[in-house]
Design a protein around this ligand. Structure first.
Ligand code: SF4
Ligand code: SF4
Length: 509
């Protein structure tokens, strides 16, 4: 009768080979252990067959000293360890090339480096030069069950698999047994050993190939990293996140302009009088629909152009805009040239319907003092657009790629026009560039193509607010024409020469 509390059962798996002498030797060494409670399971890799709390796996070319198991158990019973690695003397069978090599020393390095409990992670490659010692590993069965390590699929990789699960491990450096390496061709363990070395070489080859690949693709990788950094800088996630509102929506009253700035992003300097003049009925129809499909969630509504004061009758537009969007900020964007000629009715309407008159202060001859005085007289709100009341208006140059070879997503997230929504002829556009590109095409004979996917028909039956907010937060196919990252700023203001170089990187004609 065994005292199972003092001497728990140890299951010894013996993997037998083809050589009867070796088989006999390992079986003898297990049977002659001084530890009293041992079961021997022969030729099985299935650890489910173990009844014991502890498992030792012995191969036919191992030999254990008689006190191996009792020594290991004495240590284990005092502790709460999962794995004990111990020394095996390893020597060549021929005897003339004997050498020491021990599992404990191989595996001890990472454990000493990181501490027994703090062992964070070790890759199989890290251990590639350490041959596996099935027979130099004593395991707690519960640990194997917990991590589903109950079948030895690849004997030489088993200990590595075990160690990957970060067991509480102890390494014993005192001598425990002998492992014989048989150099003959066909010997089971020698083959395993060679297989392992081949695997190591294969890994090194793959590693070298990866390095070569990295070197070969260094430029695209650098570009990718740069792109990613740029994206982060402009708040990529923020740009692509659909909001619950439209922050700003512009509506052209006319498309042409009386100032004709160089590189106008609305192409108004290329539009002609009579090209487009918004009808009040169309405006009412569109703006009512815009209110419905956004549930009124437009923060800033802009009456824009071209120069909106070139429209013969702007007052009803101001009134109707406010009646529809009662809580939005409504801005009247103008270059100011015609402001001094506006009749009192204009200023009174602006005051009554809370329309913010927002002139851009171009470096041209406008009597801003008298404009400001008139606005004050009629208590109309007046605020210079884009800070131009305090600093010199300059131009930016955002080139178009007329071949349309840009990455639309990258163009979009680097674009300063995202959020400049335009409502034009019943459709929502992300930006003035897409909405008014027809004037550029007409002027220069180009074919920058707009598709139905480049705008959203707000009169579409069943259109929901989230579909609208989603649309304006996504790149459109037309973004492939924009070289957003090549945008340059701070150019002195001047009028257009209608040269294609003002909107592209093509040379001046
Ligand atoms: S004033 Fe405005 S709309 Fe007119 S050409 Fe200049 S930038 Fe374009
Ligand atoms: S088409 Fe796209 S990238 Fe170009 S201006 Fe419009 S939103 Fe920006």
């Amino acid at each position: 009768m065994q005292d199972n509390d003092k001497n728990p059962l140890v299951s010894v798996f013996v993997i037998l080979g083809t050589d009867e002498n070796y088989n006999r030797a390992i079986l003898d060494s297990i049977e002659s252990q001084t530890y009293p409670n041992i079961e021997i399971i022969k030729n099985s890799y299935d650890l489910h067959q173990a009844h014991g709390d502890y498992v030792l796996i012995a191969t036919s070319d191992d030999y254990y000293g008689p006190d191996t198991i009792s020594g290991l158990m004495a240590g284990l019973l005092e502790s709460d360890l999962d794995v004990v690695l111990f020394n095996m003397e390893r020597h060549m069978e021929s005897g003339d090339d004997s050498r020491w090599s021990d599992a404990a020393r191989h595996y001890a390095f990472p454990f000493r480096a990181y501490g027994i409990d703090g062992f964070p992670y070790i890759s199989p490659q890290f251990m590639m030069q350490t041959n596996s010692y099935l027979g130099a590993c004593f395991l707690r069965r519960n640990f194997l069950v917990r991590h589903n390590l109950m079948r030895i699929v690849r004997p030489n990789a088993f200990i590595r698999q075990v160690l990957m699960h970060k067991p509480r491990t102890y390494t014993m450096t005192s001598y425990m047994g002998v492992h014989t390496v048989r150099p003959m061709v066909g010997a089971q363990n020698e083959n395993d050993y060679l297989t392992q070395q081949m695997a190591d070489f294969r890994f090194l080859y793959r590693y070298a190939k990866s390095l070569f690949w990295l070197w070969k693709w260094r430029e695209p990788i650098k570009k990718l990293i740069f792109d990613f950094a740029t994206m982060s800088n402009v708040g990529i996630l923020n740009k692509l996140r659909p909001r619950k509102y439209i922050s700003q929506c512009s509506i052209h009253l006319v498309d042409h302009c009386n100032l004709n700035c160089k590189s106008c992003s609305h192409f108004s300097c290329l539009a002609r009088a009579g090209d487009f003049e918004l009808k009040l009925d169309d405006f009412r129809r569109d703006i009512r629909r815009l209110h419905r499909v956004t549930r009124g969630r437009v923060r800033i509504l802009e009456l824009y152009g071209g120069e909106p004061l070139l429209h013969p009758n702007v007052l009803p537009f101001m009134k109707y805009a406010r009646r529809t969007f009662r809580r939005a900020t409504i801005r009247f964007i103008t270059n100011g040239i015609l402001l001094p000629q506006q009749k009192p009715e204009f200023w009174k309407t602006a005051h009554k319907y809370k329309i913010l008159i927002s002139p851009t202060k171009y470096p041209i001859n406008v009597d801003w003092a008298s404009v400001t005085e008139t606005a004050n007289k009629y208590r109309a709100a007046l605020d210079f657009f884009g800070g131009t009341g305090y600093c010199q208006k300059t131009l930016y140059h955002k080139p178009l790629d007329i071949r349309g070879t840009q990455n639309p997503a990258l163009s979009f997230i680097n674009c300063q026009h995202t959020g400049c929504i335009n409502l034009y002829k019943g459709r929502l556009y992300h930006c003035p560039v897409a909405a008014y590109i027809k004037y550029f095409n007409r002027q220069f004979g180009t074919r920058l193509k707009l598709t139905p996917m480049d705008s959203l028909d707000i009169h579409e039956v069943g259109l929901r607010p989230d579909e609208v907010f989603d649309f304006v937060a996504r790149p459109i196919p037309f973004c492939r024409y924009c070289m957003s990252r090549a945008t340059t700023r701070g150019h002195p203001w001047e009028t257009t020469k209608k040269d294609i170089s003002e909107w592209t990187l093509l040379r001046k004609k």
